[in-house]
Design a protein around this ligand. Structure first.
Ligand SMILES: C[S@@+](CC[C@H](N)C(=O)[O-])C[C@H]1O[C@@H](n2cnc3c(N)ncnc32)[C@H](O)[C@@H]1O
Length: 184
């Protein structure tokens, strides 16, 4: 895999442990991929570099600009839309859907609304993820898979999807999991 250069943009989530966990350990597959919440574009760009046809969405217009810039800067094609979750791709289906979601419960530590949007997943940290998983089936091809990052700092939640942990990394304050959901 050749090196990817990511330029950081003001107001856009800077790649961190969760972004690298997904980029490094997501298994090989080929086909159409949708990323919800692309931020700088790091994950979408990795997947485009592997030869997938990648579509990326973010609600933050600065993230859309960053993903367009970074994909072009790495000579890779990514289709990028601004929008709320699946809204811009209504009626379409993808072989794989990926998301490193906002997953933390609210904290007072952010004065930056774009950073807050990137990290806070609702009152228990799970609300974004639960909504994402309940909508995703409509956009996933039969036998497709969803890959997500989940944190030990989120509350536990129930889902109809089969869930399998692909890779876990431990930090002193949390455990991050790369999880695959499929078959429901
Ligand atoms: C944790 S960041 C991940 C960014 C990037 N994928 C990475 O791994 O570095 C979550 C991203 O989700 C975006 N986001 C938050 N709510 C969203 C929504 N309702 N629809 C689409 N994107 C959303 C944020 O703007 C942010 O860029």
């Amino acid at each position: 895999m050749s090196k990817i250069d990511i330029i950081n943009f003001d107001g856009v989530y800077e790649p961190a442990e969760d972004s690298w966990l997904m980029s490094r350990y997501i298994p090989e597959f080929k086909g159409s991929v949708l990323e919800i919440g692309c931020g700088s574009g790091i994950i979408s760009i990795h997947l485009a570099q592997r030869g997938n046809q990648v579509t990326a969405i973010d609600i933050n217009p600065k993230a859309v600009e960053a993903t367009k810039f970074n994909s072009k800067n790495n000579n890779l094609e990514v289709e990028v839309f601004e929008g709320d979750m699946f809204h811009p791709v209504q009626g379409r289906k993808f072989g794989t859907i990926v998301c490193n979601p906002p997953y933390l419960p609210p904290a007072d530590e952010y004065d930056d609304p774009e950073l807050e949007l990137a990290v806070e997943g609702g009152p228990t940290g799970t609300e974004f993820t639960i909504q994402f998983l309940s909508l995703a089936k409509e956009y996933l091809e039969p036998n497709g898979s969803i890959y997500m990052i989940l944190s030990s700092r989120m509350d536990k939640f129930e889902t109809k999807w089969n869930k399998e942990t692909i890779k876990q990394e431990k930090y002193f304050f949390e455990r991050l999991n790369l999880v695959r959901f499929n078959n429901f």
